[in-house]
Ligand binder design. Sequence first.
Ligand SMILES: Nc1ncnc2c1ncn2[C@@H]1O[C@H](COP(=O)(O)OP(=O)(O)OP(=O)(O)O)[C@@H](O)[C@H]1O
Length: 296
Amino acid sequence: MTAIVETRALTKRYGRRTALADCTLTVPAGRVVGLVGPNGAGKSTLLQLACGLLTPTSGAVEVFGRPPAADSAQLARVGFVAQDTPTYATLTVTDHLRLGARLNPHWDAALADRRIRQLGLDPAQRAGRLSGGQRAQLALTLAVAKRPELLLLDEPVAALDPLARRAFLQSLMEFVAESESQATVVLSSHLVSDLERVCDHLIVLADSRVRADGEIDDLLATHFRLTTARRDADTLPAGMRVVHAEHTERQSTFVVRADAAVDDPSWVMDPIGLEDLVLAHLEPSADSRPALEPQR
Ligand SMILES: Nc1ncnc2c1ncn2[C@@H]1O[C@H](COP(=O)(O)OP(=O)(O)OP(=O)(O)O)[C@@H](O)[C@H]1O
């Protein structure tokens, strides 16, 4: 597996506030990776460290085996769309495309023109007059027409209505399918259903730490809901890691991580969906065990 982004104990602090702590993970080549976590989890920080807009406080991040933004050749391989889908309010759509062509050595003018036509954007319209969704689409067009091998998108669909969201994700998938050697995409979002639709790999961040990280199929195959008569988490077999626990007077429900479902007459063990899996990692309970370390 070729790693496109690799972090080792990556940590970013702003004064005494820790934005990202001890983050060790790998973004494999050719994957669409979802980055999910609540507000303030460290998603933007991780993406900005990966594109070289921020420097680590400690630890390391490498992109294509080198420090991010090492030189202009490295920069040309990475596309980044920040959370506020930045465009220049007074420049027209055409101005943006001209700027893209001027600044990017591998600019694909035909792709940019085609996307603008497909989106129905008026080339003469100033970006400040576009809707939020149209601006997001323009920002994505600029990022993909640069033909990056790695595309980093920070909550690109946050401001979009459901139809615009679907169109945006569709265009993202088209970009991935069209790219010559399959591009790698990292996409942050709060919407697990969107991520499930387009991603094959997931990173769950909460409280500045990586809670889960892996191929979505593997994560789904190793997380289960276990329902049993009330019992303590530490009475479950050692091979089961409790991610989340809930108890009523008579019943206990655990989300556990295990290599496979274990048959036992004293419990019911079912697969869970991605949304429940993510929520379980985001809401650790008192008897989760062991302390939530990164899951590889
Ligand atoms: N420039 C900064 N100065 C101080 N603290 C910061 C700065 N940028 C981010 N933080 C803090 O770092 C933490 C992580 O922020 P970050 O923006 O990475 O989270 P996020 O997961 O992207 O959140 P959201 O989903 O709300 O965009 C937060 O506690 C935030 O307040």
